[in-house]
Ligand binder design. Structure first.
Ligand SMILES: CC(C)(COP(=O)(O)OP(=O)(O)OC[C@H]1O[C@@H](n2cnc3c(N)ncnc32)[C@H](O)[C@@H]1OP(=O)(O)O)[C@@H](O)C(=O)NCCC(=O)NCCS
Length: 191
């Protein structure tokens, strides 16, 4: 199975493949982010070390199967969040997910991490579109997609309704194609 590199860099962030030995760092990052994550991330309400260990174990399995490539977002070796490329939107596509610890928001780190994932995603064989999905009540997530040059491809009711307490149950889908991403490369290099 084709794999992306375990380390990716963009701007001031480094993405490092999650490893089971990261449990302490993951647990610390989630524990100081609970109020910030709970409105949007269904797993935050039940987070504990056991759930963190299960996440890291699943990440190993899904990396090997090619289902999900999950990375810690780090800055100067500190874990400041998490992100990943997910094969769950059909052939030719990858969905990007991300979260940051609240004290690391507002500095462009999520946009940098997502940019590294898009660059890498389009290097994987057969990938011609990248998407970001978020609830309509979560504009901070959509702003990351907009900043990178994604365009809104549609919005509609989430099949199972709201998954977390802050959600409306309306999913917004942002998309960029490989050609659009290539066309925006020189503008991104100027930033
Ligand atoms: C979604 C989330 C990761 C976005 O974080 P963020 O800090 O807004 O995004 P970035 O790290 O890209 O930072 C963007 C901000 O930094 C500013 N910024 C500063 N330098 C920047 C740079 N070099 N590049 C881009 N933005 C920069 C931007 O102007 C923007 O500020 P603004 O919100 O006041 O306009 C964060 O809100 C979060 O973790 N939410 C909880 C989890 C979640 O909802 N995840 C998504 C589920 S779909």
């Amino acid at each position: 199975m084709e794999e992306p590199p375990a380390l990716l860099r963009h701007g001031r962030v480094e993405l490092r493949r999650w490893h089971p030995s990261d449990l302490d760092a993951l647990h610390e990052a989630i524990s100081d982010s609970l109020d910030h994550l709970m409105p949007w991330m269904p797993w935050a309400a039940t987070h504990d070390r056991r759930q963190g260990a299960a996440f890291l174990a699943r990440n190993q399995e899904e990396w090997v199967s090619g289902e999900t490539f999950g990375y810690a977002i780090t800055s100067n070796s500190t874990v400041i969040g998490s992100c990943g490329l997910h094969r769950r939107i059909g052939a030719g596509g990858l969905e990007i997910g991300y979260w940051l610890r609240p004290r690391w928001t507002g500095r462009g780190h999520a946009t940098a991490a997502a940019t590294a994932l898009v660059d890498q995603g389009f290097r994987l064989t057969g990938i011609d579109r990248l998407e970001i999905h978020h609830d309509a009540a979560n504009p901070a997530s959509g702003a990351v997609a907009r900043r990178m040059g994604f365009t809104e491809a549609g919005r509609g009711p989430a099949p199972d309704g709201p998954a977390a307490p802050g959600e409306l149950g309306i999913t917004v889908v942002w998309r960029v194609t490989a050609d659009q991403w290539k066309a925006g490369a020189s503008a991104r290099a100027d930033r």
